[in-house]
Design a protein around this ligand. Structure first.
Ligand code: HEC
Ligand code: HEC
Length: 222
């Protein structure tokens, strides 16, 4: 009798755990659907923003209470595409993207926390960072020919691509350098701070100077 209950418990566990395991890396479409459902009525959107604001207190030292970063190496979250935000929070929480603070914070979030934070930050507006105008002018041509097809002419992104307009130039520069250096290295991808099969080949051939120009151009896009 005892064994029967053990077996039954195992079967029930397997039944419930399988969908969780296979849903571990949700794709962008699944995340988009979750965000859409959460904002399906003005009331549910409002509740989500309020709950997100509560949670965001933890984040404000670095990202600012309104999602405008207080430090050059920290990205702005204000106005960011909520599907992109949710995707990145998921990546921090399961370790696909690595940053000590972000990994420790994100692994304690419930699914609801993650969604609410994404919707909250999306509802805030971006404040423009200070930019070196000479560099920015030099970055325009590369941006328009190589980047705008996904991130948009004005850098506003879309449902599946990050908004980059008004992003902190030092953060963008560091991020692009990471993608470039990954593309030019043979070492184990899973140990890298951040991977992207899409971004890595795109920035593979740029010099530091060119990445600086592109980062300045992106930062002044409104
Ligand atoms: C101690 C500072 C610090 C705190 C506190 C912090 N973050 Fe971060 N966050 C960072 C840094 C630094 C990065 C960039 C990591 C990198 O370079 O990849 C980041 C990146 C992110 C990103 C990715 C943004 C992008 O454009 O890709 C999201 C989303 C994010 N944080 C959300 C949060 C949330 C939500 C909280 C609060 C629960 C929080 N962070 C608290 C420092 C912090
Ligand atoms: C084919 C589509 C595509 C093109 C073209 C493209 N990107 Fe991206 N970009 C992406 C995707 C997808 C991501 C998200 C990567 C991830 O999952 O972390 C991204 C992420 C980024 C990020 C990180 C945003 C953040 O908040 O951390 C930056 C910065 C960026 N791209 C800049 C550029 C620049 C500069 C160019 C041109 C040289 C460019 N991208 C061209 C698809 C594209």
């Amino acid at each position: 009798m005892h064994d029967f209950y053990r077996l039954l418990t195992s079967l029930i566990l397997i039944f419930f755990l399988c969908p969780i395991v296979s849903a571990k890396e949700p794709d962008i479409n699944q995340l988009a659907l979750i965000i859409m459902q959460k904002q399906s009525t003005p009331e549910s959107r409002h509740q989500s923003i309020e709950a997100g604001r509560d949670r965001a207190l933890l984040c404000s030292v670095c990202h600012g209470i309104d999602g405008n970063s207080t430090r050059p190496e920290v990205p702005n979250l204000a106005g960011q595409n909520p599907v992109y935000l949710l995707d990145q929070i998921e990546k921090f929480s399961d370790g696909r993207r690595k940053n000590y603070v972000m990994n420790s914070l994100a692994k304690d979030f419930s699914s609801d926390d993650k969604i609410n934070l994404a919707i909250y930050y999306n509802s805030m507006s971006v404040k423009m960072p200070t930019v070196n105008n000479k560099l920015a002018t030099q970055g325009k041509q590369i941006y328009e020919t190589q980047c705008s097809s996904c991130h948009g002419m004005r850098g506003t992104g879309s449902i599946s691509f990050a908004r980059i307009a008004g992003q902190q130039p030092i953060y963008v520069f560091t991020t692009l350098k990471q993608f470039r250096d990954n593309a030019n290295s043979d070492s184990d991808k899973s140990l890298k701070k951040r991977n992207s099969n899409i971004m890595e080949p795109i920035v593979k051939q740029y010099s530091d100077k060119e990445l600086e120009m592109i980062s300045a151009y992106i930062a002044q896009l409104q």
